[in-house]
Write a protein that binds this ligand. Structure first.
Ligand SMILES: Nc1nc2c(ncn2[C@@H]2O[C@H](COP(=O)(O)OP(=O)(O)OP(=O)(O)O)[C@@H](O)[C@H]2O)c(=O)[nH]1
Ligand SMILES: [Mg+2]
Length: 392
C-alpha cells in the first residue's frame, strides 16, 4: 500500500512502548512513522523501534525511572518534554496514540499529547486500554478520571479497550507474559488497521472528520473484528471467509456487537487481484448485518505485496444513549469527592498539568470539609485553578 498521508503512531508508557514494538514487527508498519515515549529508560530500551524515534521524557524529573504509577508525576514529566514532542510530531497529517491507562506516564502524558495535537490542529486517534479489574479500584479510578476529565473532553477520537476483554480471549493456562504479549498484538492490529483506514485507501479512503464527528457525539463502546484470508483459501470462498473470520474474531465479542452497533468503520485491504465486486459483496454483507440506520465508514486499499491474501477490519461503535459520563468504566462512586472541570485544560491551551484532584491522600477516608460548596481538603492552588509551571 502506498500512502499519500504522513501518519505517525506513538506509544507512551510501558504498555504503549510494547504495543509499538508489536506494530513495528507487522509488515504494514512500513507505511507509518513509529515513535515511543516513556519516562522509563528500561522500557524504552526494550522497545524494538529505531533508537532515533524514542524519547525519554522528563529525564530531569524522573531520572529514567518511570513515574511509579503516579499520574500527576506522569503529566509533569511528559509536560517537561513538550517542546521535543511538538517538534517530533510536527508535519504529520494524522497521529495515532496508544498506551495503558491506570498508572503514571501514559495516564498523565496522553492528555498532554492531546493538547499538543490540538494546538497544532493535527487529527488524532487515541487507542487506550483500561486496567484489569484485578488491578484494583484505585487504578480503575485513575483511568476513569483521565478518560472522563481529560481525554474525552480534549480528544476527538478515543477508543478505550478494556484489558479484561483483551485477556478474556485467552485460555486460563497461558503465562502472564504471554497473555500481555497476545493482548499487545491485538492492540497493535487494531491500531494498524485503523491507521490503514486513513492512510489513503488507494481505492476508497475514509475521512477523519467523518470519524471525529461520529465519535464526538457521545460516550461509546467499541469492539474490533479482524478477518484474514490467505493464498491457501479457495478464491471463490474468500469473501465469505473474510466475513466469517471477522465475525469469529475474539475481540469483536460475537455477531451481536455488529447487529447492535450505531456505526461501523470497515477497512478492506487486499492484493492486486481484489476486485470492485469483492468490495461490493463484502460491504453489502456488512450492511445486511448492521441495523438499517447504522452509519458506515468504508475504506479499501490494495497492496501488491499481499498477493492473494486479504484483511478485513471492522470497528463497531455503540453509543451510550444516556450520554452520561458519570462513570466511564462503571467503577463505584468515590463518595464525597466532587471533581471540578478544568476549563483551561479543556481549551487545549493549558500546558497539561491537570489541576483536578486525583486523590485526597491521607484525607481519603475522612469526611470532606465543605465550605461554600468547595472541598477545602483540595489544595488551594487546585481550588483556585492557579496555573503552575509546566516543569520546564
Ligand atoms: N495490554 C497490556 N496492558 C498493559 C501492559 N503493561 C501494563 N498494562 C496496563 O497498562 C496500565 C499502565 O501500565 P504501564 O504502561 O506499565 O504504566 P506507565 O504508563 O508506564 O506508567 P508508570 O510506570 O507509572 O510511569 C496498567 O495498569 C495495565 O492495566 C501490557 O504489556 N499490555
Ligand atoms: Mg512505566
Amino acid at each position: 500500500m502506498s500512502t499519500n498521508k504522513k501518519i505517525a503512531i506513538l506509544g507512551i508508557g510501558q504498555a504503549g512502548c510494547r504495543t509499538v514494538s508489536e506494530i513495528h514487527s507487522l509488515r504494514q508498519a512500513e507505511n507509518f512513522t513509529i515513535f515511543a515515549v516513556d519516562t522509563d529508560e528500561h522500557s524504552l530500551a526494550e522497545c524494538s523501534i529505531p533508537e532515533q524515534n524514542k524519547l525519554l521524557a522528563g529525564a530531569n524529573w524522573r531520572y529514567g525511572q518511570g513515574c511509579g504509577g503516579n499520574a500527576m508525576a506522569g503529566s509533569r514529566a511528559i509536560s517537561s518534554s513538550r517542546t521535543q514532542m511538538e517538534n517530533m510530531l510536527s508535519g504529520f497529517d494524522m497521529i495515532f496514540f496508544t498506551g495503558g491507562l491506570g498508572r503514571g506516564s501514559a495516564t498523565g502524558g496522553l492528555p498532554v499529547l492531546s493538547s499538543v495535537v490540538k494546538k497544532r490542529k493535527i487529527p488524532a486517534v487515541f487507542v487506550v486500554t483500561t486496567p484489569f479489574k484485578m488491578e484494583g479500584l484505585s487504578k480503575q479510578r485513575t483511568a476513569e478520571a483521565a478518560l472522563k476529565n481529560e481525554l474525552y473532553p480534549l480528544a476527538d477520537v478515543v477508543l478505550a479497550l478494556p484489558n479484561d476483554l483483551l485477556f478474556s480471549i485467552l485460555p486460563g493456562n497461558v503465562s502472564l507474559d504471554e497473555a500481555f504479549r497476545t493482548s499487545n498484538r491485538q492492540i497493535a492490529k487494531c491500531v494498524i488497521s485503523l491507521a490503514m483506514i486513513f492512510a489513503g485507501g488507494n481505492l476508497l479512503s475514509a475521512n477523519y472528520s467523518d470519524l471525529a464527528e461520529l465519535m464526538q457525539k457521545k460516550k461509546s463502546s467499541v469492539s474490533i473484528g479482524i478477518g484474514l484470508c490467505s493464498a491457501k483459501d479457495a478464491p471463490e470462498e474468500k469473501n465469505s471467509l473474510l466475513i466469517e473470520r471477522m465475525l469469529q474474531s475474539p475481540l469483536l465479542g460475537g455477531i451481536k456487537k455488529i447487529k447492535d452497533s450505531h456505526a461501523v468503520i470497515a477497512s478492506l485491504l487486499g492484493g492486486q487481484n481484489l476486485t470492485s465486486a469483492d468490495c461490493l459483496h463484502i460491504f453489502d454483507k456488512i450492511r445486511e448485518i448492521t441495523p438499517e440506520n447504522c452509519q458506515q465508514i468504508h475504506s479499501v486499499s490494495t497492496d501488491e505485496s499481499l498477493g492473494d491474501s486479504a484483511i478485513l477490519s471492522v470497528i463497531t461503535v455503540k453509543f451510550d444513549e444516556s450520554n452520561d459520563f458519570e462513570s466511564v468504566l462503571g467503577v463505584p462512586d468515590e463518595g464525597k469527592i466532587t471533581r471540578r472541570k478544568n476549563t483551561d485544560t479543556i481549551s487545549g491551551e493549558q500546558l497539561g498539568l491537570p489541576l483536578d484532584a486525583l486523590s485526597r491522600g491521607i484525607m481519603e477516608h475522612t469526611a470532606a470539609t465543605i465550605i461554600n460548596n468547595e472541598d477545602m481538603d483540595i489544595p488551594t492552588f487546585q481550588r483556585l485553578q492557579r496555573k503552575i509551571d509546566a516543569g520546564k
